[in-house]
Design a protein around this ligand. Structure first.
Ligand SMILES: Cc1cc2nc3c(=O)[nH]c(=O)nc-3n(C[C@H](O)[C@H](O)[C@H](O)COP(=O)(O)O)c2cc1C
Ligand code: SF4
Ligand code: SF4
Length: 270
């Protein structure tokens, strides 16, 4: 089989998953690459035609060793018929536990044939300059790994006669899932009003519509999934984590997850 078109389908509040997927697509080296970004609330409403003979690369971050609930909700709108899929999770240098297995199981439910999978590392959502956790990742080395992975996927598909003839893809993880997912904490970033210019960026990047800007910034705490998109995109550094439990988690991650992990690839020869 020849890969003629690649579609990147992702939920990626702080952009690391998107960057990994773009690296993989570069390695596959086909002209026709389309992006289906499911991150924003509009992602829920998009009418996405069923996939057929394109190659679909599905990516999501790891939240509490699982897929983010909002990623699952959006991915459940997809349908595929005889479509090969590459499954990618991106995690913040702690662990990815059951997330990639969950993505594999979900993709099969949606009608995909998973051909390969990977767990890459991205800067942790909770990381700051003062409390770094995998800061700057995916870096150039990770992007090179992503491109090599893309090239290997292309070679693997080249010798397949049809999407359903490949052998089962082995992905680590437990089923029933053991990882508990991101625990609800009823906290959200706060806005430092003295530095906020009311530019509205935080509202425009929030995947759950938790932020509204109308003369000042208001946040609906119950809707916040702690993705940190508003913190990382605020041009004034005016959105911050203030909650002490949340800050303690970031400090723990900084102290205990600082040894560099490397991407893991499944379903291709490494
Ligand atoms: C609520 C929440 C839970 C997270 N849980 C994990 C985790 O279990 N393991 C891990 O290594 N990283 C975890 N992360 C970090 C993200 O997986 C990581 O930063 C990822 O690169 C973010 O992807 P994005 O840039 O596409 O949003 C978590 C992040 C958030 C916001
Ligand atoms: S992005 Fe920052 S400066 Fe802009 S409205 Fe939000 S908090 Fe204020
Ligand atoms: S308010 Fe919460 S959910 Fe919305 S962008 Fe900020 S951290 Fe993410």
């Amino acid at each position: 089989m020849e890969v003629k078109q690649v579609k990147l389908v992702y939920f990626s509040p702080t952009g690391t998953t998107q960057r990994v997927l773009e690296g993989i697509a570069k390695g596959i080296a086909v002209q026709d690459v389309k992006q289906i970004n499911l991150t924003l609330p509009e992602g829920m409403q998009q009418a996405i035609p069923p996939f057929s003979d394109e190659l679909v690369i599905i990516g999501a971050p790891v939240y509490g060793g699982r897929l983010p609930i909002d990623a699952i909700k959006r991915l459940k709108n997809l349908n595929a018929y005889n479509t090969l899929a590459v499954l990618v999770v991106v995690y913040g240098n702690r662990e990815f536990e059951d997330a990639l297995l969950e993505l594999k199981n979900l993709s099969i439910e949606l009608g995909f044939y998973p051909v390969a999978g990977a767990a890459f590392i991205g800067e942790h959502s909770f990381a700051t300059e003062a409390v770094p956790i995998a800061n700057g990742r995916p870096d150039s080395q990770d992007v090179q790994r992503a491109m090599d992975f893309g090239a290997k996927i292309k070679n693997k598909i080249a010798v397949l006669n049809s999407p359903d003839v490949q052998t089962d893809l082995e992905i680590p993880g437990s089923y029933p899932y053991e990882a508990g997912g991101a625990r609800p904490m009823a906290v959200a970033p706060v806005t430092m009003e003295d530095t906020c210019t009311v530019c509205g960026t935080c509202a425009s990047v929030c995947p759950t519509g938790a932020v509204s800007v109308n003369g000042s910034v208001a946040t609906e705490i119950e809707l916040c999934i702690r993705c940190c998109a508003c913190i990382k995109n605020c041009p004034e550094g005016a959105r911050v984590m203030e909650d002490s439990k949340w800050k303690n988690i970031a400090t723990w991650l900084n102290e205990n997850c600082s040894i560099r992990k490397e991407p893991q690839l499944f379903g291709v020869k490494v």
